[in-house]
Design a protein. Structure first.
Length: 259
């Protein structure tokens, strides 16, 4: 078989444009492809909802990808281990209720399963603004990450979504846009992003799940973004709470979409 570079280029452009156009109107737009975002995408897609994940980096997996301090192993507790085993991921018993898993296997498996379930992942895209109608977020304003990094003045495009999941981690990028541009109160005690506190894994693992909820009309927070939004602690390289948070936010949004 002879290869033609132009046919290769045309195939990529044609397929991507079709794919991108098909996902401009969504049930759920997830911002950030870390463990909570990927888990939410997997669960929502399996429920039959139209889901896309927007990740500003080239790589997928967020903090899970690098494990702890670039040692590519993560720790989960029993509930987290049960989730990983259910997904077919190898889990090792480390004793005393702690379990370890290979971060690369976790990330790649979660990503693959989310894609196979029907979720679409768009990497190298950043969210620079939101669409707000009647004090409710109804979509995202997106651009290429390279445009943002270079500081180019290039107009973005829009994506409409029934609900948005903020799973950008410590940075809470979507809520910062909402806070800075709308002037409206967030659904926190202060009406603003309360900020992440220092590391306390025992507390943070629990509050990650407790703080997985709606933070602004139409926007739910999951993973580390949940603790950063509602003023709780960070947990470090233990990821059970992140996986449970992804499942929880999917349950909450599925209830809304199915009602």
């Amino acid at each position: 078989m002879s290869l033609d570079e132009i046919k290769i280029s045309r195939a990529i452009l044609s397929r991507f444009m079709t794919k991108f156009s098909d996902y401009l109107e969504l049930d759920v737009a997830i911002v950030g492809a870390g463990p909570s975002g990927l888990m939410a995408a997997l669960r929502l897609a399996r429920k039959g909802h139209k889901v896309a994940v927007f990740e500003r980096k080239l790589s997928i997996g967020g903090g899970m990808w690098g494990g702890g301090m670039m040692f590519n192993e993560i720790v989960v507790q029993e509930q987290g281990a049960a989730i990983l085993k259910d997904l077919g991921i190898t889990v090792e018993d480390a004793g005393d209720g702690y379990y370890t898993a290979d971060s690369v296997e976790c990330t790649s498996t979660l990503t693959s399963l989310a894609c196979k379930a029907g979720a679409m992942i768009f990497n190298l895209m950043t969210v620079e603004d939101v669409m707000v109608r009647e004090n409710r977020v109804t979509g995202l304003v997106i651009n290429w990450s390279a445009v943002d990094i270079a500081g180019f003045h290039v107009d973005p495009l829009a994506v409409r979504a029934g609900y948005v999941v903020e799973s950008t981690g410590h940075d809470t990028e979507v809520l910062r846009v909402i806070q800075n541009k709308t002037g409206e109160r967030l659904l926190t005690d202060t009406g603003k992003i309360m900020g992440e506190r220092s590391m306390w894994a025992e507390v943070a693992e629990n509050t990650t799940l407790e703080n997985t909820k709606e933070a602004f009309p139409g926007v739910f927070v999951a993973g580390m973004a949940a603790n950063a939004t509602f003023g709780s602690f960070r947990m470090g390289p233990i990821f059970g709470g992140m996986l449970l948070s992804g499942e929880r936010v999917a349950e909450l949004i599925d209830e809304r979409l199915s009602s």
